[in-house]
Design a protein around this ligand. Sequence first.
Ligand SMILES: [Fe+2]
Length: 339
Amino acid sequence: MLHKTIAKTLLGVCILGSSLLASGEVNVYSHRHYDTDKQLFKMFEEKTGIKVNVVKAKASALIKRMISEGKNSPADVLITVDAGRLFQAKTSGILQSVSSDVLAANIPANLRDKDNQWFGLTKRARVALLSFDEAKKSDIKTYEDLADPKNKGKVVIRSSSNIYNQSLMAAMIEHHGEAYALTWAKGVVANMARTPKGNDRAQVVAVANGIGSAAIANTYYIGKMVHNKKESQREAIKKVKVFFPVFENGGTHVNVSGAGVAKYAPNKSNAVKFIEFLSSADAQKLFAEGNYEYPVLTGIAPSPLVTSWGSFNADSISMNALGLNNKAAIKIFDKAGWK
Ligand SMILES: [Fe+2]
C-alpha cells in the first residue's frame, strides 16, 4: 500500500516535472531596450509559463555572436529594429523559416520576410518635423522634394551610416531606380543645413533651434520627446509640426521592428509561440501604447498621442526591398558625398 502511494507520488512528481519541462524557456537576443518589451515578456511568461531569458545588445553584436556560437547558440529568437537589419540577419544564415498560420494571419505579407524567416511586429514611419514657418509654405510634400533646389539650406538629417536612412534610400531605389536615387541623394546633400551629425532627435532639436527647417526622424521619437525627462527635449518638440511626406508614386516610408526564430533554436516551438504572442491583440496594444509605434495587427489602433499626429497612407513596398537594396543604398550615399 505504502509502495503504491510512493509510486503514485513519484508518478505525480514526474508528470509535474514533465509539464514544467514542456513549459520550459525561450532565449531571446534583443536589440530593443524598451520598458514595454519587459512588460510584454512578463505577460508572455504569465500566460504560458514559459520563462523568457533576455540577452540585450546591439543588433550587429547579437548577429556576430549568433554566427560565432553556431550550432551551440542558446538563442531561440532574435529581435531587432529595421527591415535592413532583419534582412542582414537572414543573409548571415542565423535564422530559419517558420510556418505559422497565426503569423500569416496577423502580419501583412509586405511586413514579413518572403521566406518567413523574420516577421515585422511594429511599424514606424520616417517623417518630416517642420518648423511652423516651413509647414505654412508647403514646399516639402514628398521625399523627392527634399532634393529640390528650392529647399536649399532647409534639410537636417542624420548620417548615412544609419540604417534608417539606408532603408529610406533603399525605398527610393525601389521607387525610382539607382540613377534617380543618386541624383536625389546629391540634391539632398546640397540642401543640408549642416553636415549630418547626431541621432534622429538631434535633428528635431536643430530645427527647434533654427538650424534648417525640416528634420527627418522616425515617429516614435516624437512620442519619446513629448514625454522626455529633459525639458529641452519637450520644448524642442513643441516647436515643430509633424508632417508625413510621401513618395511621388507611393506613400509614407514605413519600416518595422521584428523578430525571427534562430536557426539552431533549442526551444523552437516556444520561440514560435513567443513571436505569435507578440503579434496578438494584447501584445500589439501594448506595443502601440507603450512605445508610440504603429501596430501591425489590423484592428488595433495606435495610441491617442500617435493618432494626434495625423493619419497617413503607408508606402506599400515590401520590407524585403529595404534589405535587398541596402548595399546599393550605401554605395549611392558614398557617391553623393552624404557623410
Ligand atoms: Fe530608433
